[in-house]
Every structure is written in C-alpha cells, then in structure tokens.
Design a protein around this ligand. Structure first.
Ligand code: AMP
Length: 425
C-alpha cells in the first residue's frame, strides 16, 4: 500500500511507461489498420444524455440497469458516462448526416460500475469501428476481418470467433414469444435474478452465464431455427464470406450479447488462454434499427469494440513479448561544463529529428554517464572543458566495450552529420 493521500478510484488504473508503450503500439496498430480499411477517426463526448444509452443499449440491459454512471449536471440535465462506444457514435451519425457508407473508428474509455477483478475494470478502454449505411453482408465480413487482422498483428493467435444471427424485428419477435413461453415453463430452474425478470426481456436470459440459466437455455428453442429467409440468406453470406478469406467461425445460437440494439449478425472473439469470466477479447454486430431508435432515418449499421486491457492481458498470457513500436533513444548529451552547451546541442539535434535525452542538475560526469547507460541511448555526446575550448563534441558508442574505439571527437559544427553517420552503422 502506498502512503499517498489519494489513490486512483477502485476499478481504475494508471498506465505509466514502459507499459504505456504497449498501449501506444496497440493504438497505432489499430489506427493504421483502420486507415487501410478506409475508416476515419471519430472523437465524441464521453458523456451523453442518458436517453442515448437507454434507447441505444436498452433500459433493460444489465449495463443500463446496474452499471451505468448516471448523474445530473449543474443545469439539471440527466447525463451518463459512456458505457460503450456504439450508441454515442450512432447519435453523432444521426446528428451530422455524414455521407454513407460512413466508416468510423474510435478509441474511448468506457465506464461501468462492475465488481473489479483481473481484466474487469470500472474504467476500461475500447478500440472499435462502426459502418453505417449498408446491410451488405460483405461489410460484416470486412469488419470481422479487420478485428482478426488486428489480433494477429498484436501476436494474438489463440482465440475463436463465435457468431450468430439475431434476425430482424419480425423473426426475432416470433422467436422471443416462443422463448418466453419456454422460459415460463422452466421459471423455477433459472438463476435468482432471472426468475424475477425473465419475462420482460427473455433474450437477456440467453446472455446469462450462470449454470442454471445456461442449462435451461441450451435445451430450449434456438434463435437460428426461427430466422426468416432474408435473415437466413444474409447470415449464410456472412459465414460463406468469412470462410472464403480463411476465417473460421463457430455458430453460437445463444450469442445475443449484452445490448438490446443488435439485429442479424452478432459475434464475439473469445480467448482460449483466459478464464471464461473474462475471456471476451471483443465483440459486436449489426444494429439495423439503432439509428431510427435515436431519431434518425432507418440506416443499417455494424461495428465492434475490443478492450485494450483485455488485449494486453491475452497477449501476455499467450507469451507474446515483441515490442509493437520501435521506440529508442538515439542520443544522450552529457555536459560537465555549465550545461548551457547541452541546451543548444540538444535543441539542434532534436530539431534535426533525433530522439535525445540529457542530464540535469549539474551532476558529476560519473553520475551523468550512469543515466546515459540506463537510458538505452546508442550514443553519448560529451562536452567537457576541453571540448568547449576546442569547439568540439566527443561521441561515444554506448554499446561498444572497447573504450578507445568507442570514442571520436568531431567539430561542433559537424555534429548532426557525424551522429547520423554513426547511427547508420
Ligand atoms: P462490450 O461492449 O461489453 O461488448 O465489451 C467489449 C469488450 O470490452 C469486451 O470484449 C472486453 O474486451 C472489454 N470489456 C468490457 N467490459 C470490460 C471491463 N469492465 N473491464 C475491462 N474490459 C472490458
């Protein structure tokens, strides 16, 4: 326990270097891929009118009922911190009428009042994409392919893609009635919570991970058997498309995911190396009614969100340690004179594009050398009284064991080209 007066709130965490370099790598990898797939970044508010989420993810969803951070601002507005990314992005789409198909990617914190445990936080971070304006199954395939490519780029390979179709209003509606009747007959076998609320939204019972509910719903009527012809054809095209590009999927008839906005394709990526309470890397699906729910014209949409913390956990559990970004310090400047020479030299070298660190506080040569060694820099540039007099700089290769060979002295005016030459060796 630290003796600091304040700690990060329960369920939240600080990410400092060097771990944060992995975050930078994950985000940069995603941004580059998203660009390759034609997505543009969207930045939108972390809080919204609570109605965006009530209508979006559904008032009856677990997240809205039990986990959302809802508050009143000083103007009396009822707001909520975003528990996920999709509803806000669709709200932005409806508000701004961008050209379709609209392809957006985002990075967002997501806030949920959960019971904190490894891999489960009250503030976690999601990377995601949304495509609005087409229900072409080719888009479902592309979006899933992007996620798979992303995991592989991070070195994550031990995961499965679970997939299902939720149908559209009419065929899902018919299924919900059959399911409601079935759950009514097995009410007493459900978990305590669902014994009370199964009837208002029977699909939520399919999402329950408690063994009692799983046992009942596994034996019960299955959604894919109730799809209409159009939804069935759509789903078959998605599975065929995935197959054609070498992505295996596992049909999971009870996969409805936690939010009410899903229609047709739903999917989830589960890791084989984490325990089942936290094994979801990410997931998503189609939401062809969401834009309308939020007051817009009927517009099909699909997207996914993946958890950054979860990705890093899985990556570590799979034993992947390769860095994602090449972040190295090129030069370390040591000045044992007045240190004014270091100020100008560092500025010039950074201006020329090198990554440069230096020591401060008039430390001794020995102590500056130690910091230089720890910094991981390739070269140390030394300015002592002799160098100052002769207007030179000593370059020392920090990776060389041979002291004589490691050092060269160059004119101060030629330092940029001399350093560039040494670094290219
Ligand atoms: P969801 O929006 O619930 O579909 O979650 C998308 C992804 O975000 C999940 O698959 C996890 O990777 C991650 N995630 C969701 N909730 C949490 C949480 N409380 N803590 C950490 N990661 C989370």
């Amino acid at each position: 326990m630290s003796d600091a007066t304040f700690q990060a709130p329960v369920g939240t965490h600080d990410v400092l270097g060097p771990e944060s370099q992995l975050w930078e790598g994950v985000i940069a990898t995603f941004a580059q891929l998203a660009y390759r797939y034609g997505f543009s970044m969207v930045v939108s508010p972390l809080f919204e009118d609570v109605g965006v989420f009530h209508r979006g993810i559904g008032e009856a969803s677990d997240v809205a009922r039990k986990e959302m951070y809802v508050f009143e601002d000083r103007g009396g507005r009822r707001l909520a911190l975003r528990p996920e990314g999709t509803a806000s992005l669709v709200r932005a789409f409806v508000q701004h009428h961008p050209v379709t198909p609209w392809r957006a990617w985002y990075l967002t914190p997501a806030f949920r009042y959960e019971r904190p445990q490894a891999g489960r936080y009250r503030q976690h971070h999601q990377l995601g994409v949304e495509v609005l304006g087409s229900d072409d199954p080719a888009i479902d395939v592309e979006v899933i392919a992007l996620a798979v490519r992303f995991f592989r780029a991070l070195g994550i390979t031990k995961f499965r893609l679970l997939i299902n179709s939720m149908g559209h209003d009419a065929c899902r509606g018919a299924y919900v009635e059959v399911l409601r009747r079935y759950l009514g007959e097995h009410e007493g076998e459900l978990c305590d919570e669902h014994q009370k609320i199964w009837s208002s939204n029977p699909l939520r019972v399919l999402d329950c991970k408690k063994p009692s509910c799983v046992a009942v719903t596994t034996r019960g009527p299955q959604l894919p058997d109730y799809l209409c012809d159009d939804c069935r054809t759509h789903f078959a095209s998605v599975v065929r498309g995935l197959d054609a590009i070498g992505i295996a999927s596992v049909l999971s008839p009870r996969l409805v995911r936690g939010f009410d906005y899903y229609t047709r394709t739903t999917f989830e990526f589960v890791s084989d190396v984490l325990d089942s309470a936290q094994n979801a890397l990410g997931g998503g699906g189609r939401y062809d009614k969401l834009a309308e729910e939020l007051g817009g014209d009927p517009t099909s949409g699909i997207g996914f969100g993946v958890g950054v913390e979860r990705l890093l956990l899985v990556r570590a559990a799979e034993g992947v340690s390769a860095p994602l970004l090449k972040r190295t310090i090129d030069l370390f400047v040591i000045d044992t004179t007045t240190q004014d020479a270091a100020t100008t030299l560092v500025d010039e070298l950074r201006g020329a594009g090198f990554a440069v660190l230096r020591a401060y506080d008039q430390r001794s040569m020995k102590s500056q050398m130690k910091v230089a060694d720890r910094s991981g820099a390739r070269l140390a540039l030394l300015i002592g009284p002799q160098e100052l007099d002769s207007n030179e700089v000593t370059i020392r290769d920090l990776r060389s064991q041979d002291f004589e060979q490691a050092q060269t002295r160059v004119p101060r005016s030629a330092i940029v080209s001399a350093v560039a030459q040494q670094l290219s060796k």
